[in-house]
Design a protein around this ligand. Structure first.
Ligand code: 8Y4
Length: 276
C-alpha cells in the first residue's frame, strides 16, 4: 500500500509530479487511439525526464472550462491508467473530484487522488476513505467557473490554514489517516497575484500540520501577470518558482516542464547534500 511519507522518505528529495491532461482532439469522436497512445508516450517521456508521479486528468479545471460527464471523464482516463500500470509501477495520481472516477481510477491502478475540491463534492470523502489511498487536499475559493471573478481575502494565509484544518478534521472523521494527506494551497484557484505571491513566500507556515506540501505553479497566470508572457513562454518562470517553493518547504511540485524542473532541483539537492 502506497504511503505518501514513504514515497517522500524513500526518494528523500523533492518529487516531481508531471501533468498529463487527456483531452481528445476534435477529429476523433471517442476512438481516441491517438489520444491514448500519445498520452502513454508523454507519461513515459516525463518518467525518463525525472517525474516520479504522473497526474492524469480528463477534465479541465481552468476558469470557464466546460464540465465533462462522468462517462466521458472515465473514457478518457481509465484506458490510459490501465496502459501505464501494465507497463510500469510508477506512481499514478488521478486528478478528479468525482467519486465514481476515483473508484474506477484506483481500480485501474491509480495510487493517489488529487482533488481540487478537497473531497467536498457529494460522496467524495466517503469514496476516498474506502479506497484507502493518499489524497491531495487543495484549497480553492469558490468554484472553477467563478473563482477568478473577484477573489478576496482578509488574510489569505490565515484563510488557507483554516481551510486545511477544516478538511483535515473532515478526513480524520471519515477515517482517512493524516499520514495519507497531502496539502496544497491551490495557486491560481480563486487567487489574485498578491495572494499567490503571499502563499509562495509563506509556504513554510503550512508545514505545521506535518503533511507534505504539493504545489502547482506551472505556467499559471501569475507569471503572465508578472512578465506579460503567454502560457508557452512561462517555462523558466515556472521552474524558478518551483525551486523557490521547494526551498520554502514543498515536497512535490506539479509541473509541465519536467526536464527543466529536474535540472533545477538537481542543483538544489547537490548543494543541500553538502550541508547534511
Ligand atoms: C497552463 C496550463 C496554465 C494549465 C494554467 C494551467 C493544480 C492541480 C491544476 C494545483 C493540484 C493548471 C489539477 C490548473 N492545478 N492540482 N490541478 N494543484 N493539486 N492550469 O495547483 O494547471 S489544473
Amino acid at each position: 500500500m502506497l504511503d505518501i511519507s514513504s514515497l517522500i522518505a524513500e526518494h528523500k528529495n523533492p518529487q516531481i509530479m508531471g501533468v498529463l491532461n487527456i483531452t481528445p482532439d476534435s477529429f476523433s469522436d471517442g476512438g481516441c487511439f491517438t489520444t491514448k497512445s500519445e498520452a502513454i508516450r508523454q507519461a513515459e517521456l516525463m518518467t525518463r525526464q525525472g517525474a516520479s508521479i504522473i497526474d492524469i486528468g480528463g477534465e479541465s479545471t481552468r476558469p470557464g472550462a466546460t464540465p465533462v460527464s462522468i462517462d466521458e471523464e472515465l473514457h478518457r482516463v481509465i484506458p490510459v491508467i490501465e496502459a501505464i500500470r501494465s507497463k510500469s509501477n510508477m506512481v499514478i495520481s488521478i486528478d478528479t473530484s468525482k467519486p465514481e472516477v476515483m473508484k474506477q481510477a484506483v481500480g485501474a491502478g491509480a495510487d493517489i487522488i488529487n482533488d481540487v475540491f478537497a473531497l467536498r463534492q457529494p460522496g467524495a470523502l466517503e469514496m476516498a476513505a474506502s479506497l484507502k489511498v493518499p489524497v491531495c487536499l487543495m484549497h480553492m475559493q469558490s468554484t472553477p467557473e467563478t473563482m477568478q471573478h473577484n477573489p478576496r481575502y482578509s488574510n489569505v494565509i490565515d484563510e488557507v490554514k483554516a481551510f486545511f484544518e477544516e478538511r483535515i478534521n473532515a478526513c480524520e472523521k471519515a477515517d482517512i489517516e493524516k499520514s495519507k494527506i497531502i496539502l496544497d494551497p491551490g495557486f491560481g484557484f480563486g487567487k489574485k497575484l498578491e495572494h499567490n505571491l503571499s502563499l509562495l513566500a509563506n509556504l513554510e507556515t503550512f508545514k505545521s500540520y506535518g503533511c507534505p506540501l504539493l504545489v502547482g505553479l506551472s505556467r499559471k497566470s501569475m507569471f503572465g501577470d508578472l512578465l506579460g508572457k503567454s502560457v508557452n513562454e512561462r517555462a523558466l518562470a515556472s521552474v524558478t518558482a518551483a525551486l523557490l517553493a521547494v526551498i520554502n518547504g514543498a515536497s512535490i511540485v506539479r509541473v509541465h516542464d519536467v526536464q527543466e524542473t529536474f535540472d533545477a532541483l538537481k542543483i538544489y539537492n547537490a548543494a543541500q547534500s553538502l550541508n547534511l
